[in-house]
Design a protein around this ligand. Structure first.
Ligand code: GLU
Ligand code: MG
Length: 441
């Protein structure tokens, strides 16, 4: 949009997603929109080490001294209703240069890195969430009746769903699909493909609109990876296609299911490097409760055509895939910072394209059904959910060093370590309940 905001808008909110995946914001009256763009809103460097519970995990390099700015751009501004505008913000120094701790900038760098191989990515995110009746203590927003993917399940929330779609249209958010998910009161919104930064921005916008519509209907939306001990987990699967000179890399080639050499290399890169990144993709203190076999959360590090238990599901180019052949990276959950998650995925794909190695054998069955022998032959491992392993893999990863500046890696490490120290060892009833609405916008 231009610098003239819609008539009647009062406030513009610029948001930043921290290392714990929590969206934080500063706001200015709409009359100061230009100032939000040129000077930004001041924030302490401690914003880099905000934890899920607002604890500040200070380090010598990230303390109370110094000043960073949240800067928005006019073309990022969207009308989110009720006189409110929203825009994704970059974390910059006072002079406007990006902070090395800015997740959005890290993703931009990962996009450029992929671009050095002449490759561009289109990304579309899925957002799963669970509705609870407000106040939260009243429990799930249901009366005990729920059918997975049920027609009644979605129709009984028709007002909420309609509110989300009206808000999405006003905000210019392209929604591909919405449905009642498997778990009670669980829904999913699928967003259309876009360049990776826009796609990540849209996850924050979409989550904001979903949460607002829930509030307007007497509910609270939980974007926790595991809102309750017994319920279904919420994923934030990332769909991604790759292109070079206008041609797709996951179809039209000589490899299995039409993979091109570069497409096969990209998948090989993902399978080889995903084990370095559970900290970034599924690193919250409740993420491990979702990351279990048979949860369709992609805990098995392998790939396969339409395999919903594989970390990398290949969706081939058929009439059933209007956006063309793509992969779905399933482990990503909604407590991940979407910019960091996409940067890690793009980093692994880029490295794989550069190496040009073939992927490991495809897994064409539910990986839990493989014999230990088959598992070893196909190189299928489980992505780690063990905190020391996740930290060590990330800290020792050359790819993580290539993709993320040292300050950002230090921040992620500190923030997730705090979260685990505080919540990982609690009984799951307690940790899921304490963190249920931590990722609600
Ligand atoms: N809810 C599952 C998850 O936690 C995903 C189900 C699906 O494949 O849509 O990732
Ligand atoms: Mg789903």
């Amino acid at each position: 949009m231009t610098t003239s905001p819609p008539i009647g808008s009062r406030l513009v909110v610029g948001s930043y997603v921290d290392m714990a995946g929590v969206a934080r914001a500063k706001a200015m009256p709409t009359s100061r929109l230009d100032t939000f763009v040129t000077a930004g809103a001041g924030v302490s460097p401690s914003w880099l080490v905000f934890c899920v519970d607002d604890h500040l995990a200070f380090t010598p390099s990230m303390s109370v001294v110094g000043d960073l700015r949240l800067r928005i751009t006019t073309d990022g501004v969207r009308d989110i209703g009720n006189g409110m505008l929203w825009a994704p913000a970059d974390l910059t120094h006072q002079d406007g240069a990006p902070s090395p701790g800015c997740p959005r900038h890290a993703l931009r760098r990962a996009v450029s890195r992929l671009g050095t191989s002449g490759v561009t990515a289109r990304v579309g995110h899925e957002l799963e969430f669970t509705l609870f009746r407000a106040p939260a203590a009243a429990g799930n927003a249901d009366d005990g009746r729920w059918a997975a993917y049920g027609l009644e399940s979605i129709l009984r929330q028709e007002k909420f769903v309609a509110d989300v779609l009206v808000a999405a249209e006003r905000a210019g958010l392209p929604v591909d699909q919405v449905h009642a998910e498997y778990g009670p009161n669980q829904f999913e919104l699928s967003l259309g493909p876009a360049d990776p930064v826009t796609a990540a921005d849209r996850t924050i916008l979409a989550r904001t609109l979903v949460c607002a519509a829930a509030r307007a209907n007497g509910m609270i939306a939980s974007f926790s990876p595991q809102p309750t001990v017994d319920g279904a987990g919420n994923g934030a699967h990332l769909h991604l296609s790759l292109w070079r000179d206008g041609s797709p890399l996951f179809s039209g080639g000589p490899g299995p299911h039409g993979l091109t050499d570069a497409g096969a290399g990209a998948i090989a890169g993902l399978i080889s490097d995903l084990p370095d990144f559970p900290l970034v993709l599924t690193g919250s203190a409740v993420s491990h409760l979702r990351m279990r076999p048979d949860n369709w959360a992609g805990v098995h590090c392998c790939w396969g055509l339409e395999n919903r238990e594989a970390a990398v599901r290949l969706c081939a180019d058929t009439a059933g895939n209007p956006a063309g052949a793509h992969i779905e990276v399933k482990p990503v959950d909604p407590a991940a910072n979407p910019y960091l998650a996409s940067a890690a995925v793009l980093g692994a794909l880029s490295a794989g394209i550069t190496r040009g190695l073939p992927p490991p054998p495809e897994v064409a069955v539910n990986p839990v059904d493989l014999t230990p022998q088959d598992r070893a032959t196909a190189g299928v491992t489980l992505l780690s959910t063990d905190p020391p392993v996740m930290l060590d893999r990330f800290a020792g990863s050359q790819l993580a060093k290539d993709v993320f500046p040292a300050l950002l890696r230090e921040a992620v490490h500190r923030v997730r370590s705090h979260e685990w120290e505080r919540y990982r060892d609690l009984p799951a009833e307690q940790s899921t309940s304490l963190l249920r609405f931590a990722w609600t916008n």
